[in-house]
Design a protein around this ligand. Structure first.
Ligand SMILES: Cc1cc2nc3c(=O)[nH]c(=O)nc-3n(C[C@H](O)[C@H](O)[C@H](O)COP(=O)(O)OP(=O)(O)OC[C@H]3O[C@@H](n4cnc5c(N)ncnc54)[C@H](O)[C@@H]3O)c2cc1C
Length: 459
């Protein structure tokens, strides 16, 4: 009998799962049918590219689309666009969906929840009807990207509210479009970095003319004649600006099943490494609606990144159609990379594992060192400054984390540190492993190895 899989949410996690389930079904000779519901009119696009679309570095919205609805359908997925799932009964294995054609109710054998996460939109950014104030909006969907292109074309000073990587990337976009820009953040900017590393980024942004204000919680917007004219902060500051980017974090979209399955500390679903949430009731989940296993802290963390959505989605799809599947998603380390470009300033920012601050809070006895060097041999024109911080555990010499800031070619060095962490390596491993060297790319002693060696020598 045909096994019916229903997917809610047709972007990274949901579609990775759907296609891999079809591949696994072909491999194992099983018969599966897949129905996917997508509330919006967009599927399988790179939200990660939105800031670069807004900046004008990506030619068109279409360039961000990895697979069209027609391509999904041609592969054998019954994709229902513009159709929102409004209710799910996990005990009865039924759901209700509402779209252009009215309301439908359907049953399933397995349910994939891939509903993503919703950007936080505070009350002060909305009018009485709950609509966003003019000039104000998040950066989450393709439609948001198009709206930001239009808003920036209309001109005005930009305020970015929120101190994470999306806020940082939207600052870059605003500068690229010729806007003045202020970044306001309630707590510390880029809190996934240790203070002194973060400070390097803040200084670079200030050199590019960005007004970075930490500890500045936005509590309201000034509106005159229906137009936003500025933001007010809890400590009494008035910041002028006509355009307000809301980059204040995300919350997992789990309302369809909350109360029916356990949720994590941040409200995310808690799938295992195969994507199973509740095997007895055929419930699976992946992507930003979930928390993922943090390999170092050994607990679920909310790390809403496309790289995790794609990996767990694919592993889950394989397991959906093959009970003997070998694919599992074995957690995350908090590895991330971004960059800042403004005026003549260019900085790549990358991190993996625990910061010195977080490792200390977790009760680990840590030793850390920061090294400044070059991305290439000093005599080469490619050479640019790089700073690397390495964090290790004293008693075991285990690598706990690394943070990198520097010029072109600096950031992706984080992958060697992430691989070492993934395999449970020590700072000695990282100091002595066989990393590539030629003058245009590195120094004879690779700077990441030297940073690790510096920690190793002090242990
Ligand atoms: C500006 C920006 C930059 C980013 N940059 C990076 C980056 O550099 N690196 C990185 O790894 N990640 C990045 N990300 C994160 C990455 O885009 C997400 O982690 C990824 O899209 C998550 O995929 P998902 O399938 O879980 O959720 P989503 O992509 O959010 O998809 C969920 C889908 O479910 C649909 N849906 C929700 N509820 C329902 C319902 N009830 N019925 C029907 N459909 C529903 C939604 O409409 C949506 O299409 C970025 C995100 C943004 C916004």
């Amino acid at each position: 009998m045909t096994h019916k899989i229903v997917v809610i949410g047709a972007d990274a996690a949901g579609m990775a799962a759907a296609h891999q389930a079809l591949r696994a079904a072909r491999r194992t000779g099983r018969e599966v049918s897949i129905v996917a519901y997508e509330a919006t009119s967009h599927t399988s696009y790179s939200a990660c590219g939105l800031p670069y679309l807004v900046a004008g570095q990506v030619d068109s919205q279409e360039a961000l689309v990895a697979r069209t609805a027609e391509q999904h359908r041609a592969a054998g997925i019954d994709l229902r666009m513009g159709t929102r799932v409004t209710a799910v009964d996990l005990d009865a294995r039924t759901l209700t969906a509402q779209g252009h054609h009215g309301v439908e109710e359907t049953g399933y054998d397995d349910l994939v929840i891939a509903t993503g996460a919703a950007p936080v939109v505070p009350d002060w950014a909305q009018d009485e009807d709950g609509d966003p104030l003019p000039g104000t909006g998040a950066v989450s969907t393709l439609d948001d990207g198009r709206e930001w292109l239009d808003r920036m074309a209309a001109g005005g000073d930009v305020i970015v509210a929120g101190g994470g990587y999306i806020g940082l990337e939207m600052v870059e976009a605003a500068l690229a479009r010729g806007h003045r820009c202020t970044l306001l953040t309630r707590g510390r900017f880029m809190h996934t970095l240790d203070s002194e590393m973060r400070q390097r980024l803040v200084e670079t942004m200030r050199k590019a003319g960005v007004d970075v204000r930490e500890g500045a919680e936005v509590t309201g917007l000034d509106v005159e004649a229906g137009r936003v004219t500025g933001a007010r902060t809890a400590d009494g500051q008035h910041v002028p600006g006509e355009l307000v980017v809301l980059a204040m974090g995300l919350s997992p979209r789990t309302e369809l099943v909350s109360g029916q399955v356990p949720l994590g500390r941040r409200g995310g679903l808690l799938p295992d490494s195969r994507g199973r949430v509740d095997p007895a009731r055929g419930v699976w989940a992946a992507g930003d609606c979930c928390e993922v296993h943090h390999r170092l802290l050994d607990e679920p963390h909310f790390l809403p990144l496309g790289t995790h959505a794609n990996k767990l989605g694919r592993a889950m799809g394989d397991n959906l159609a093959d009970p003997d599947s070998r694919l599992t998603f074995d957690g995350a380390l908090g590895t991330a990379i971004t960059r800042f470009v403004g005026g003549d300033q260019y900085l790549e920012i990358a991190m993996t594992g625990l910061t010195e601050e977080v490792a200390g809070e977790a009760g680990l006895d840590v030793l850390a060192a920061t090294l400044e060097g070059n991305t290439a041999s000093g005599y080469m024109p490619e050479a640019e400054p790089i700073a690397i911080k390495v964090v290790a555990e004293r008693s075991t010499r285990r690598l706990l984390g690394a943070q990198i800031m520097g010029g072109h070619g600096a950031g992706k060095r984080i992958d060697a540190a992430a691989a070492t962490l993934w395999l449970g390596g020590t700072v000695d491993d990282l100091a002595w492993m066989d990393l590539a060297y030629a003058p245009p790319f590195a120094t004879a002693w690779e700077v990441l190895s030297v940073a690790a060696r510096r920690v190793a020598e002090r242990l």
